[in-house]
Design a protein around this ligand. Structure first.
Ligand code: AMP
Ligand code: ZN
Length: 111
């Protein structure tokens, strides 16, 4: 997708601090971290919201969650972490390519 910053990262056209990559997803450090550890898990296919899910995309996201859980101890997230998916500009989505925020590495407030 033209002008999508995450598609450009996936294509290697702009740099990122990748911590994991396979054929379906990439995980890299958020450039503006909101927690001690703040990663983004991004499916390689460009689409914006969960309203656009289909069977194949659901399967990728399911495997992505499993991968996050498996990798968590090696990513500094072993004591617990938070997953966030902002959906739409009203909710604060600034990049129109579905992504899972992974936040942790420190106690997180929830209030
Ligand atoms: P959201 O606001 O939910 O769409 O999240 C987009 C996230 O992407 C923000 O937390 C940004 O800090 C992050 N971000 C934007 N550009 C980059 C980039 N080039 N590399 C890493 N993270 C980025
Ligand atoms: Zn994209």
């Amino acid at each position: 997708m033209e002008n999508c910053v995450f598609c450009k990262i996936i294509a290697g056209e702009i740099p990122s601090a990748k911590v994991y990559e396979d054929g379906e997803i990439v995980i890299f450090k958020d450039i503006n971290p909101l927690a001690k550890v703040h990663l983004l898990c991004v499916p390689k296919e460009h689409y914006k919201t969960v309203a656009e899910l289909n069977a194949a995309r659901e399967a990728v996201l399911g495997r992505a969650l499993k991968t996050i859980g498996t990798l968590a101890p090696t990513l500094g997230l072993g004591d617990g972490f938070r997953l966030v998916v902002n959906q739409g500009e009203t909710a604060g989505q600034t990049v129109p390519h579905l992504h899972i925020h992974i936040l942790g590495g420190e106690p997180l407030k929830w209030e």
